[in-house]
Design a protein around this ligand. Sequence first.
Ligand code: SAM
Length: 278
Amino acid sequence: MDIGTLYVVATPIGNLGDISQRALETLRAADAIACEDTRHTRHLLDHFGIRAPAFALHQHNEREAAEKVIALLAAGKRVALVSDAGTPGISDPGAKAVAAVRAAGYPVVPLPGPSAASVALSAAGLADERFLFAGFLPAKVGARGTAIAELAVVPAALVFYEAPHRVEETVADLAARLEPARTLVIARELTKHFEQIAVMPLPEGPAWLAADANRRRGEFVLIVSGPPPREGLDAETERVLKALLAELPTKQAAKLAAEITDQPKNALYQRALEIKGG
Ligand code: SAM
């Protein structure tokens, strides 16, 4: 562990056995640990017999706490940054402190470990090659509807965090606003005793949650698979392709249309052949 360095340390999201060897070594060697909640992290530190002094760095004092981190680094200290659970900076404080430390010219070293989003994705089994981490949706109905409408067209699986008191509302909203052909993954209490990962067609989500009060308890990651493939090309892509085909050879027209419309070249070439074939 180098002096004058900030170590961003991921911690378990439930099962303490998931702490990494490197995280333990780093926390043991740290001169100070910046914690989202010192009492919460004290349980983790006590469990592993770690005695380094802890101080608070949370969303309400992140700027001032970052100054304290920088002062410690300037004095040649080794500082670790942790959140309550999982990876700092992912729906958790950390980003402002990291930016301030970098701006002050000190190194920032990340220590990888659990994050509820990647843990849920690893067991979701979805075919999507891409995912978008959307974090918590807005609590207000109007803002949540707008956010879901924006996300609806993203060609990727969508990953959400949700609190137990809002999970029913959110799942109902997702089911009402997204295509019924999409798949829903409800991953709760990951790495803990009551871990449950249920995969179902999106429209069945509300009934699944309603069927058993235990299914609405704990911490949740919700994943919705990406939008179903569109039937054929949209009108604008079709127009561009036809205009280019009137002037250029098939292959060149398809290639150029793909560049202009950001659609897959193969799909455009196939469609170009159909148009040429009458
Ligand atoms: N930084 C954390 C991470 O890397 O996953 C996330 C912190 S965020 C404040 C807390 C949310 O993460 C919870 O409300 C829940 O949506 C999700 N979460 C955390 N632990 C979880 C677990 N064990 N199972 C399911 N979801 C979890």
